[in-house]
Write a protein that binds this ligand. Structure first.
Ligand code: ZN
Length: 190
């Protein structure tokens, strides 16, 4: 029997939310695939894995809830729930294959750096994956930075969207394989 934990984890599927609604933001696009849809699939699978480890998990949006929640709202929502961690999920743009790398950005606090360092080696490229403070991103900072420094906030970039597992049931086993070590790393950090 899984030990029940009081801790809430907020997962933020990057971009979204409802297609065709004002404010929909697909993120990057590869063929007929949008990053927003691929991020949401990862979030739903990671939620399943974290619930199995005893956490309460809340998504910032589920793809059926109207216009895209803005970025500062996502962080405020997580902080307002008293979440133990905020984890944002993104697939990256389609680059030349040699530039495809997975990695994790973390907010300024030490708990964020620690969680990012546990997650980064589990990503596809393992030791070659990057782990950087958000200040090193091309935006010189990220919306996760507004989460309280005493609790971890990270943004995972899962490699190029062109390498995302197939949508739906066809990609389920691949998503679980990618996300199981990440769920274990989160459970270790919290
Ligand atoms: Zn993105």
């Amino acid at each position: 029997m899984t030990k029940y934990r009081e801790k809430i984890i907020v997962l933020d599927p990057g971009h979204g939310s409802t297609r065709g609604v004002l404010g929909y933001d697909p993120g990057c696009v590869h063929g007929d695939r949008t990053e927003a849809d691929a991020n949401l699939e990862m979030a739903v699978t990671l939620k399943f894995l974290l619930v199995g480890r005893g956490f309460r998990v809340v998504l910032t949006h589920d793809g059926n809830d109207g216009p895209k929640p803005d970025l500062s709202w996502r962080t405020r929502m997580a902080a307002g729930l008293g979440a133990a961690a905020l984890i944002s999920l993104h697939w990256d743009m389609v680059f030349k294959p040699s530039r495809h790398r997975s990695g994790v950005y973390h907010a300024p606090g030490e708990p964020s750096r620690r969680l990012a360092q546990l997650i980064a080696p589990t990503l596809k490229q393992g030791a070659a994956s990057w782990c950087e403070p958000s200040s090193h991103s091309r935006f010189k900072g990220l919306y996760i930075d507004a989460f309280p420094d005493s609790r971890p906030a990270v943004m995972i970039e899962f490699d190029s969207l062109m390498h995302a597992p197939p949508t739906g049931t066809a990609g389920k086993a691949a998503r679980i394989a990618m996300l199981t070590p990440i769920a274990d790393a989160i459970a270790r950090a919290l």
